[in-house]
Design a protein around this ligand. Structure first.
Ligand code: PHB
Ligand code: FE
Length: 331
């Protein structure tokens, strides 16, 4: 394990007939061909299908490494230390570890993100949208030789409200006004706005909006947006279809409120990946994911999920030291 901060980053021009650039970060090397992505490190190598890799890399970039660990599969991933990030291969895979094939390097998060942004741009072909579920009409295909780009899809940024949604000057993200059509699977969701009856004189200070309508118009999957902030408590609703592109190993407890439809969660031990349990969450179900697991969701039809995070920067250390428990409730 190399603990020093890596400073080697290199973007190589396309060197084979498939036309994709290749990338180096520390001693990790990334190449892609028509179907696969190869990751090579000093004592090992790993191959992933390009679709799963691109969906995971898109989230890594969009979320700025998120909380804790993003495992692309049982072998490869990143762990966020907020400013510094680990990139690893085999570190949380018992067989790679036992055989000395595991590898972990540390990077300045912003520098690694910059390289990954270039990779996402180059490895996304025209018409392919790594934020989409593969069954959507406009999802496109990740396969084949290098063929154009899809900058609009991979550089999406969330619309930011200037104040509570619904109030004058909110940045026009009221669901009826933002121009996003309802997803095909949410055609039955009402777009009525709540009726607000403010006392005279308070019309500019009281507002409400229909969160179901808002979520029914999300044009991305598995991409939580921060919809309310109360101190360090963040409500991050999201619309889900197909598979969460990463196994998320959080560094804190995390609550899920299933707002509609159904998601099955595979829960595994954070360090070994050994199965812990399987949870089927239906509309109205609430679960707290412990801080010592990784989880991956499967949503057979588009569903709405509220992810509730405590963003306090103190929590990872409190959990590491045992000051805070790995589960939120003891029954
Ligand atoms: C999670 O890892 O908890 C997570 C990430 C993205 C989502 C939903 C859940 O869209
Ligand atoms: Fe999570």
């Amino acid at each position: 394990m190399t603990e020093a901060l890596q400073t080697h980053y290199k973007i190589n021009p396309a060197s084979n007939e498939t036309g994709y650039k290749s990338y180096e970060a520390g001693s990790f090397k990334f190449t892609r061909d028509e179907y696969f992505v190869s990751i090579v490190w000093p004592k090992g190598a790993h191959t992933m299908a390009a679709d799963g890799f691109m969906r995971a890399m898109m989230r890594t970039v969009a979320w700025g490494f998120f909380y804790g660990t993003l495992s692309y599969d049982p072998v490869f991933g990143t762990t966020n230390h907020y400013g510094i990030v680990d990139m690893f291969a085999g570190t949380y895979h018992p067989v790679f570890k036992e055989n000395g094939r595991d590898h972990l390097e540390k990077f300045k998060a912003e520098d690694l993100l910059e390289l990954f942004r270039d990779l996402v741009d180059d490895w996304t072909n025209e018409g392919y949208d790594p934020f989409a579920a593969p069954g959507e009409d406009d999802a496109g295909q990740p396969w084949g030789r290098k063929n154009g780009n899809n900058a609009d899809a991979v550089t999406r940024i969330r619309v930011t409200a200037n104040r509570m949604v619904g109030l004058p000057g909110d940045a026009e993200i009221r669901t009826d006004a933002n121009g996003f059509p309802q997803n095909r699977m949410f055609a039955d969701v009402s777009s009525d706005q709540p009726l607000v009856e403010a006392e005279p004189g308070f019309e500019d200070e009281v507002a409400a909006f229909n969160l179901y309508d808002y979520l029914s118009r999300s044009d991305v999957t598995w991409n939580p947006s921060v919809c309310s902030v109360v101190k360090e408590s963040l409500f991050c609703p999201t619309s889900e279809e197909f598979i969460l592109p990463v196994e998320h190993g959080n560094d804190r407890c995390e609550w899920f409120v299933q707002l509609s439809d159904e998601i099955t969660w595979e829960v595994k031990d954070k360090d070994t990946g050994n199965p812990r349990c399987r949870i089927v969450m239906r509309a109205g179900d609430v679960a707290c994911m412990p801080a010592d697991i990784r989880h991956q969701g499967y949503s057979p039809k588009r569903s709405m999920l509220l992810v509730w995070e405590n963003a306090s920067p103190r929590i990872p250390d409190m959990i590491q030291s045992g000051e805070a428990p790995v589960i939120a409730v003891q029954f």
